[in-house]
Design a protein around this ligand. Structure first.
Ligand code: ATP
Ligand code: MG
Length: 301
């Protein structure tokens, strides 16, 4: 009669496997990271005092960290997954598995120089001093270009370094460029790299955790596929049906349903918002009416 005991233990093990997901506690990635987890169906209560949030309908716990600590946590398995900027991962040099870009937190690590500087292009920076919070990425970039530079390592506010006479140029994260402009700096091309928020994983996940990760990846893909899509619903009379069917953009083909009114039909379709607006004038001219555009939350193909 040992069997039920073994079965019991095996079941408990699978049931207790929980993923630890590291997110930025506060900052530019925090809101969208929380929003993504909620969109993929994870429910948790964010309470300012706790740094570990329990998900109630998925076996996962959320760890709230400084973004700089996320690659190290994931690389040593203290967290199984993390959402962090690629820039932070690259700078850390930690060995994590990059699973998927997430479509937010876009920025670039760029070299910038004072507007009136004698340095006009990257090659001019030979033997100059560059202030940065990103010493590893900056060193690597110039080493690969074989341009010798000195670094002034700062832990923030690199953009004031040229005015203060601390450096000739900076290597810093740029999004719109307004901070650079405010300090009379201009970015040089090319950037050291482009970055966005990514999902990273511990490369040594157990098979039970890999299964949970696959489930999360499928959910994220469903959200990402839907992100630029709308559900289009419109009505038309039978005589215009063939023409409108051809004009209506669709993933596969529109659904056509008869209305409870003789000779009238409804067409339903999934299209990008851009495709919808482009097709709208011709759809209307062809007799489309009662047009609705609805949000699509997830698409599983
Ligand atoms: P923490 O307190 O967690 O260490 P932080 O101050 O280092 O936060 P944030 O300024 O919140 O970091 O930026 C987090 C990430 O957002 C960056 O690492 C980068 O990937 C991304 N990002 C997008 N646009 C910008 C931007 N204009 N400036 C800085 N980071 C940006
Ligand atoms: Mg940080």
């Amino acid at each position: 009669m040992l069997l039920p005991v073994f079965v019991g233990i095996a079941m408990t093990n699978t049931m207790t496997t929980r993923l630890k997901i590291a997110l930025q506690k506060k900052g530019r990635l925090a809101d969208e990271s929380f929003a993504l987890l909620r969109k993929i169906g994870l429910t948790f209560v964010a309470n300012g005092h706790y740094l570990v949030l329990k998900c109630t309908d998925f076996p996962a716990d959320i760890l709230l960290l400084r973004d700089d600590d996320i690659p190290a946590f994931v690389a040593r398995g203290s967290a199984d997954l993390g959402i962090v900027g690629q820039n932070v991962v690259r700078e850390s040099g930690k060995k994590v598995r990059e699973i998927a870009p997430l479509g937010f937190g876009a920025c670039r690590l760029a070299i910038a120089v004072p507007r009136n500087s004698k340095f006009k292009k990257i090659a001019d920076l030979k033997n100059s001093t560059i202030a940065t919070e990103y010493p590893n990425s900056t060193k690597k970039f110039f080493r690969e270009l074989k341009i010798p530079v000195s670094l002034a390592e700062l832990s923030g506010s690199a953009e004031i370094a040229p005015e203060m006479g601390v450096a000739d140029a900076i290597a810093d994260i740029v999004d719109t460029g307004t901070t650079l402009e405010a300090h009379n700096l201009i970015p040089l091309e090319p950037p050291i790299f482009r970055s966005e928020a990514i999902l990273v994983a511990d490369p040594k996940l157990s098979s039970a955790k890999k299964k949970l990760l696959e489930d999360l990846i499928a959910r994220i893909e469903a959200v990402q596929k839907a992100s630029d899509k709308k559900y289009v619903v419109l009505n038309c009379s039978e005589k215009n049906l063939a023409k409108i069917e051809k004009l209506l953009p669709a993933l596969e083909a529109p659904t056509i349903l008869p209305l409870a009114k003789n000779g009238e039909f409804a067409l339903q379709s999934v299209a990008t918002e851009k495709e919808f607006w482009a097709a709208l004038p011709r759809l209307k001219a062809a007799g489309a009416k009662d047009i609705l555009l609805l949000n699509v939350e997830k698409i599983v193909l």
